[in-house]
Design a protein around this ligand. Structure first.
Ligand code: UD1
Ligand code: UDP
Length: 366
């Protein structure tokens, strides 16, 4: 008997990390794979879906400009009744810690449909950081039946919360599956850069940084660019207006700072490979960059991804102007310090995460 598996994606990172799972499930004769896009992100989600050649069966087209968390949650919950009544899946797979994940998990709980949580067990143990993602993943984790934990550390977090060991499967993070699938292709960045200049790649979008912390980050980036005219900076700017408007105001006029729209996944992987150093508050980039041997300075006070910090290849610098400027300058000036952080390690996965998830579902259903 075929089992109906509803795979949910809402935002760019969910689509990147769920794509390998969807593609692997589609090869399973016992699985009737359905894809639900809440489209919490529109353009950034579409970019990823078309890159991986995945077409959604249902699209809620939920995104609105500058959406508020409560409205987004309420609208999603209302839509999910109709989806679950019509689809009646045997299992729903969600990925990560977005509003889509939390809301779909809650709706499935009300409908008594079991949930598999991909990228389970990441914790900072601080509800305000990252906001609202820590709460989203704690809630999804409370409601999930299968916890696909990327690392042994995330397994330990779940055990500490009382999740039975038998419900946790350590799989590695599927972002490394996606990265390896992509990095193996011929990649074009599509943006003209000076081949003789080092590149600093930047991304930033976290809600807890909105306002003064994000302005500090931009001021620090501007100082770095002005003090290092021989280095070029590339920042694909997140379309959230709280980010975009400030980034363009503070960094737009700086001549060695290139601001561009969000890059498609393959060009972004090309940018990571081309980069000398990466400054980011992104979760996914913290996982991918170490696998590519690129040092990362994390523009956050805390991280739920401590493994690469422990390896010494990722460092937290928060949103403090002085710390960001001095740590980045040190890596630009001190080659020994740079080399220490530019070791290629991949604590988050080996490229077989999706395979392990599918194996455990196959075992369960057959
Ligand atoms: C969301 C997730 C965050 C994740 C991030 C990945 C929540 C609460 N936040 O944050 O965990 O790290 O995605 O990028 O779930 N927008 C567009 N086009 C797009 C996407 C976004 O214009 O394709 C703009 C819209 O104005 C939208 C706003 O960005 O309202 C915010 O989108 P939203 O998904 O609420 O939050 P993100 O900051 O993107
Ligand atoms: N990414 C991308 N284009 C960009 C910036 C990032 O494809 O312009 C990819 C990146 O490689 C990673 C994912 O998007 O896989 C991270 O998404 P984001 O930073 O938006 O979310 P987070 O991981 O912080 O939840």
């Amino acid at each position: 008997m075929k089992r109906k598996i509803l795979c949910v994606v809402g935002t760019r990172p969910e689509a990147i990390k769920m794509a390998p799972v969807i593609l692997a499930l589609k090869n399973e004769p016992w699985a009737d794979v359905r894809v639900l896009a809440t489209a919490q992100h529109r353009h950034m989600l579409d970019q990823v879906m078309s890159f991986f050649g995945i077409k959604q069966d249902i699209d809620l087209d939920i995104m609105r400009p500058n959406q508020a968390l409560t409205t987004l949650t309420a609208r999603l919950l209302l839509e999910m009744d109709g989806v679950l009544n019509a689809e009646k899946p045997d299992i729903v797979l969600v990925q990560g810690d977005t509003t889509t994940v939390m809301t779909v998990a809650l709706a499935c709980f009300y409908h008594r449909i079991p949930i598999g949580h991909v990228e389970a067990g990441l914790r900072t143990w601080d509800m305000q950081n990252p906001f609202p993602e820590e709460a989203n993943r704690v809630i999804a984790g409370k409601l999930a039946r299968w916890h696909f934990a990327p690392t042994e550390g995330s397994r330990q977090n779940l055990l500490r919360e009382g999740v039975p060991d038998s419900d946790i499967i350590v799989t590695g993070n599927t972002v490394i599956d996606a990265l390896l699938m992509t990095a193996a292709k011929d990649l074009e960045l599509g943006i003209e850069l000076d081949p003789n200049k080092r590149l600093v790649l930047v991304t930033s979008h976290r809600r807890e940084n909105f306002g003064e912390p994000f302005r500090n980050i931009c001021r620090a980036l501007r100082t770095l660019a002005e003090n290092n005219p021989d280095v070029q900076f590339l920042y694909p700017v997140h379309p959230n207006p709280n980010v975009k408007d400030v980034a363009h105001e503070l960094l737009g006029p700086v001549s060695n700072f290139v601001l561009c729209d969000p890059l498609e996944y393959a060009p972004f992987v090309a940018a990571m490979k081309r980069a000398y150093l990466i400054l980011t508050d992104s979760g996914g980039v913290q996982e991918e960059a170490p696998a590519l041997g690129k040092p990362v300075l994390v523009l956050r006070e805390e991280t739920e991804r401590p493994e690469a910090v422990e390896f010494g290849v990722v460092k937290l610098v928060g949103s403090n102007y002085d710390v960001i400027v001095s740590e980045a300058q040190r890596l630009l000036d001190d080659e020994a310090a740079y080399r220490e952080m530019a070791r290629g390690v991949s604590p988050y996965g080996d490229g077989h995460g999706a395979e392990r998830i599918v194996n455990s579902l196959r075992e369960y259903f057959n």
